[in-house]
Ligand binder design. Structure first.
Ligand SMILES: Cc1cc2nc3c(=O)[nH]c(=O)nc-3n(C[C@H](O)[C@H](O)[C@H](O)COP(=O)(O)O)c2cc1C
Length: 319
């Protein structure tokens, strides 16, 4: 999620779930081709499985960016056909491409020619007045004919005029039933639904109808919800670290980035603020980090101090 998630968020989430597919935020093909690749694309090998999400539509550029992503070791390239921001509309990528299924198909084809890893597409139900199920199906069929086998559908349309990006994530109603129908009518494709999913029980319910679910805001707001994901959805019964253990396992990582890479602690720990959500001590945790992580000299000791403010449940510390 742009302006929200980054490699430090993903490394944090990997302490909680080993199997969930993680994505980069959308990166434009131009940034990847012309920008600081190591900064934009670098990731820790523990972050696998990880998909690189591209914003773009020009076949040569999407192909080049996809190849760069493959060289960096990404497991999958995902094309964003869901983002409604103005900047994105001007660049002719994101959700406005729902009006141009052939353009998306050409980009997918070019990327598939350029890489061996899977190429997938994230899109919406529709855009503006073109939001019928039939139109979405036509979009999916056109892109599937170019070789895309997996589609993640944000189950609401976008209005290109009049709604801000944030409103476009909340105002148009969710229409998960149309994503379920898509799976029924195109069983050979892998179909994932996304939008407003707030609990693992809701995931289970959707999984009766589709192949997978994607969680955005909930994954950021409630990271520890994922503690039960590996057991419940991937059949992996390995013990999951407690919240305290998650943080202790991050000490070396935090020390490396703050001491050897000179990164401000704040860039890393802002992603940890919600870990103790709903637990005793959550406020002290958040406050200590918020008040101190941006200061000069903040480091792993700051994180240790914050952790000491959160009572460790007896059964947890014995685990
Ligand atoms: C701050 C923010 C940034 C986002 N950035 C991206 C992005 O880079 N790529 C993307 O595919 N979706 C992005 N989204 C949309 C989410 O991935 C998701 O489709 C949408 O929020 C609906 O799902 P949710 O209710 O589970 O969050 C973003 C959402 C938010 C709130």
């Amino acid at each position: 999620m742009m302006k929200r998630t980054d490699r430090h968020y993903r490394f944090f989430m990997r302490q909680i779930t080993k199997h969930t597919l993680l994505y980069t935020e959308m990166l434009t093909t131009g940034a990847i081709i012309h920008g600081d690749r190591q900064r934009l694309l670098g990731f820790h090998e523990d972050e696998h499985p990880i998909a690189l999400q591209l914003g773009g539509s020009d076949p040569d550029e999407t192909a080049e960016a996809a190849a760069i992503g493959e060289d960096f070791g990404y497991d999958e390239i995902n094309l964003n056909v869901g983002c409604p921001s103005n900047r994105v509309q001007k660049g002719r990528f994101g959700v406005c491409l729902m009006n141009e299924p052939q353009t998306v198909a050409r980009a997918v084809e070019a990327m598939r020619d350029a890489v061996d890893i899977e190429v997938t597409v994230k899109h919406r139900i529709g855009v503006d007045d073109r939001d019928s199920y039939e139109e979405m199906l036509r979009f999916v069929d056109t892109v599937a004919a170019a070789g895309c086998r997996r589609f993640t559908v944000h189950a609401r349309k976008a209005w290109l005029q009049g709604l801000s990006p944030a409103e476009n994530r909340n105002v148009p109603p969710l229409r998960h039933d149309e994503v379920h129908r898509l799976k029924r009518e195109r069983p050979e494709l892998t179909i994932e639904t996304n939008g407003g999913i707030a609990s693992l029980d809701e995931c289970t319910a959707h999984l009766d109808a589709v192949d997978a679910v994607m969680l955005g805001r909930t994954a950021y707001r409630e990271p520890y919800l994922f503690a039960d994901v590996d057991r419940r959805f991937y059949g992996d019964d390995s013990p999951v670290p407690t919240r305290h253990e998650v943080i202790r396992r991050l000490f070396d990582y935090v020390a490396y980035w703050t001491e050897e890479r000179d990164l401000s602690l704040n860039h890393i720990t802002r992603h940890y603020l919600q870990l103790f959500r709903g637990q005793p001590g959550a406020r002290s945790w958040r406050r200590h980090i918020s008040e101190n992580a941006w200061r000069d000299g903040a480091g792993v000791h700051t994180l240790r101090e914050a952790l000491e403010l959160v009572p460790e449940p007896q059964e947890e510390s014995a685990a």
